[in-house]
Structure formats: structure tokens, C-alpha cells
Ligand binder design. Structure first.
Ligand SMILES: N[C@@H](CCC(=O)N[C@@H](CS)C(=O)NCC(=O)O)C(=O)O
Length: 203
């Protein structure tokens, strides 16, 4: 059994999308988190995440916290979804590179872009430019970052871009990519469930 510890409109929303892609039974356990934008909310004693953040999952009693760990674990454990090249597949290196790139390059560039820090830091501007260049180069061959196959890397990258699109320059290819990712049937179902869990959490 898979239990997702979730707060609406957060990084755990995309794990609902992931679970919908997998068509597995799972349970959503709404938890409260600290919301830095409003100063509201607080860590929830019922949340097993070591920092009381989301997402976290319990899968048959095993705890995974961190979006990347959850994506890698679930897509390797349930390969029938076809969303991750398996070890030994020649595309595995590209896949792992994109997943790691999301966490170590895209996320910092996104938050640097949103916070307006770029003009004061040539180093951050350089990283930000490199992220945009790599994305544009990949999408020139799209429709997904690895080409024709949608993978867990797209789920991470597409959901982060949907959240922080204004951190990056206007670009039709990036806009179409975000739309392509979030119009997947599983993403639409995930968004509907995210809203419902919001109602539950508020109740
Ligand atoms: N790198 C983590 C980030 C998790 C994270 O920051 N989650 C936010 C919600 S989007 C959170 O739980 N914040 C509450 C807090 O910082 O206490 C991941 O992707 O899993």
C-alpha cells in the first residue's frame, strides 16, 4: 500500500499526478505544512517526513521523503508504467541526468529567477542561462526532454515550470511543453484530486 502525505498546491501535488500515471491503489493523507508566503500553517505531527515537509510517502512501511527519491523509487518499482528507462537501458544515463539536473540546476535557477537575485550575481545568472539553454536545446527535438517518451524527468521538470514559469524568459517551446505535460489525463486527474484534498484539509 502507498500512502502519500500531501498538502494542497505544493510539491506533493505532482506525486498525486505520478500515482495517477501508475494506476495503483493509494491513499492521500492531508497534512499541514508551514507556508512561508503567508506565514501560516505548521509542521504536522502526523507527517513522517523528517523536516515535516511534503511530499513523503510510505510504501509498504518504507518511508521516502524528497520528490526525486519518490519518482525514482516508484518508477523503478512499477516499470510497467513505462515512465523510466530501466538499468541497462542505454537511455538510463540520460534519464538520471535529467532527474538530477532538475534538482540541482533547474530548482536553484527557478528560485533565483523568482527572487530577482540574478542581476546581483553573475554566477547565478550563468547557471540560469545554462538551464534555459539546455531546456531549449532539448525541446527543439521534443516533445519531451528525452525526445518522444514522457518520463519521470518530465513530471518533475514540467511541474516545476508550471509553478515557476515566470522565473524564465518567454518562450513558445517552453510554454507548449508545460501545457503538454499538464494536459496528460493523469495530470488532469491529479489536479482534480489535489483540489479535493484541499477541501478535506480545510474541513
Ligand atoms: N526538495 C524537496 C522540497 C520539499 C518542500 O520544500 N516542500 C514544501 C512544500 S512545496 C514544504 O513542505 N514546506 C514546508 C516547510 O518548509 O516547512 C522535495 O522536492 O521533496
Amino acid at each position: 500500500m502507498i500512502t502519500l502525505f500531501h498538502a494542497p498546491q505544493s510539491r506533493s501535488s505532482r506525486i498525486i499526478w505520478l500515482l495517477e500515471e501508475l494506476s495503483l491503489p493509494y491513499e492521500i493523507r492531508p497534512v499541514s505544512i508551514f507556508r512561508p508566503m503567508t506565514g501560516e500553517g505548521q509542521g504536522d505531527a502526523a507527517n513522517p517526513h523528517p523536516d515535516k515537509r511534503v511530499p513523503a510517502i510510505l510504501h509498504d512501511g518504507v518511508l521516502l521523503a524528497e520528490s526525486v527519491a519518490i519518482v525514482l523509487h516508484l518508477l523503478d518499482t512499477f516499470p510497467q508504467a513505462g515512465l523510466a528507462p530501466a538499468p541497462g537501458d542505454p537511455r538510463r544515463g540520460d534519464y538520471l541526468t535529467w532527474v538530477a539536473w532538475y534538482a540541482t540546476e533547474l530548482e536553484p535557477a527557478l528560485f533565483a529567477g523568482l527572487s530577482g537575485e540574478l542581476s546581483a550575481s553573475p554566477q547565478k545568472q550563468r547557471g540560469h542561462d545554462a538551464v534555459v539553454a539546455r531546456l531549449r536545446a532539448a525541446l527543439a527535438h521534443g516533445p519531451y526532454v528525452m525526445g518522444s517518451q514522457f518520463t519521470g524527468a518530465d513530471l518533475l521538470i514540467g511541474s516545476a515550470l508550471a509553478f515557476g514559469r515566470r522565473a524564465f524568459p518567454a518562450d513558445d517551446a517552453i510554454d507548449s511543453y508545460v501545457e503538454r505535460c499538464r494536459s496528460r489525463p493523469a495530470a488532469i486527474r491529479g489536479a482534480a484530486l489535489d483540489d479535493q484534498s484541499g477541501l478535506q484539509a480545510a474541513a
